[in-house]
Design a binder for this molecule. Structure first.
Ligand SMILES: [Zn+2]
Ligand SMILES: [Zn+2]
Length: 241
């Protein structure tokens, strides 16, 4: 509602990706050509059947999933973390252009809708942002993405308060090595209200899947608190082995 009003007040006259002139807004932040490019990226390479990571080979599973089965049932992304897909994340997170979140969420919802292994679903849980990034940005991008996903998939239960992050002065994940990331996350998340997640089929929402350590840890915690199933959707996923 508010976004539509802002669209009228501040019309966006350029595609936010390729800068082509036209009339854009929160429901259509980029042009058709850029949308086609995002879809082409989505299908550009083989993915791990379990975690959705983009693979350089035609293996069924990535190295990580072969080594250790993740706690989540399935994870998928709208596309690999490169080119247009990567720019969209930058627009959302670093330029604070919240107006792209609706379309990002809509594309994420489309992936969930088309994959049987996600269903049934009862509730949506955004991965909690760290205190540091909340202060820097002033908003939680995972919550911004969860809202349109809930709306489109008709899942009313979008709960940002049941899974929380221990807000000590933890370093940002991206500044750490793989081993440090896993260590840093141990004990970082907790479920405040186990009653709310008990027996629920949960859709966990994050923006980027790189090593997957964050969503793996969150899935583990939610399942330990009694969730029936955790499936994950992200905007983009890393390209790996
Ligand atoms: Zn464009
Ligand atoms: Zn995998």
């Amino acid at each position: 509602m508010l976004e539509r009003f802002l669209d009228l007040l501040f019309p966006q006259t350029r595609c936010c990706l390729c800068k082509k002139n036209g009339l854009y807004g929160s429901r259509k932040p980029w042009c058709e050509k850029c949308m086609a490019e995002l879809y082409a990226l989505q299908k550009s390479c083989n993915i791990c059947d379990r975690c959705g990571k983009y693979l350089g080979s035609d293996s069924l599973l990535c190295q990580d999933c072969r080594r250790q089965e993740p706690a989540f049932t399935i994870c998928r992304a709208v596309g690999p973390y490169k080119e247009a897909n990567r720019i969209v994340i930058k627009i959302l997170k670093f330029l604070g252009k919240k107006s792209v979140s609706y379309t990002m969420g809509a594309l994420m919802a489309e992936v969930v809708k088309n994959e049987k292994r996600y269903w049934p679903l009862d509730m949506i849980v955004p991965v909690p942002s760290s205190y540091r990034s909340m202060v820097q940005r002033g908003f939680s991008q995972t919550l911004l993405l969860s809202q349109p996903i809930g709306k489109i998939l008709e899942i009313k239960n979008v709960d940002k308060n049941c899974l929380l992050r221990d807000q000590k002065n933890a370093p940002l994940q991206k500044e750490l090595t793989r081993e440090e990331r896993i260590r840093n996350l141990r004990g970082a998340f907790y479920v405040k209200y186990p009653d709310k997640v008990a027996g629920k089929n949960i859709l966990l929402v994050d923006d980027i899947y790189t090593t997957g350590s964050t969503v793996k840890e969150c899935s583990k915690i939610l399942l330990a608190a009694g969730a029936a199933k955790v499936a994950v959707i992200t905007w983009s996923s890393g390209v790996g082995l």
